[in-house]
Ligand binder design. Sequence first.
Ligand code: G1P
Length: 289
Amino acid sequence: MANRIRKAVFPVAGLGTRFLPATKAVPKEMLPVVDRPLIQYAVEEALAAGIEDIIFVTGRGKSAIEDHFDHAIELEGVLSGRGKEAELAAARGPVLSAGRIAYTRQQEALGLGHAVWCAREFVGDEPFAVLLADDLVMAETPCLKQMVDVHERTGGNVVAVMDVPREHTNRYGILDVGADDGKLAEITGLVEKPDPKDAPSTLSIIGRYILLPRIFSELDRHEKGAGGEIQLTDAMARMIGGAPFDGLRFEGRRFDCGDKVGFLEANIAFALARDDLADSVRKILREYH
Ligand code: G1P
């Protein structure tokens, strides 16, 4: 079994109801933070972590994502004819190598665990990554790269984690923790979206996972959990006690772009990090104090 993480799965079938009407005809993963769609940040993070093969688990109404990662021949022709080099580079930037990208459809909305299970034939018998584009991480070392480095040491499952306010535990997969050095927390239990009073900790999973292929045999059971959905967290919980399983308190800042305020904050933070925009954005922000 290969140990290097070569493949990444991107579940992108979600309906994005929290952003209606914006997401009526546009996939939520295509909403832009500054000038790039959310999904492009996640794919770039994966590529920066050494990922070679990209698998999108998509759904009806999501074909804009496929177009985004392909050539736009007519647009490129126009830009090139007009000598617009920077714009041409921006249009070509997301194009992925031929044959290194696969799309499969999650035909029914049965949950995140089911979405990942849909990628099983593409992943095969090797450890792989899962990235949820809603969770955008700004970091010096890309979050997934930090996790790959941990996996290279442990050979086990790794999830990215952060502490959240106790009243928010019902939004996340929550860890029960054993040995903990402040950076890496050994996982002894996992529970999906517990009530604050029942949560074993406030350490929450954000949408970055490195999983051993055994997850697929756990997902094969199609057991329904929280919210009547097939939960990835439940399948992961059943793997505890086998291979090492750790939560990494990653370095960086995570923005919850599945939430309106988090999405707006990401736009501000990413704009302020850009040399071409920071000054003018800071200036307009002062007007809103
Ligand atoms: C999913 C997972 C949850 C995880 C979260 C991270 O929930 O089920 O365990 O903590 O992503 O964003 P969702 O946000 O899809 O409800």
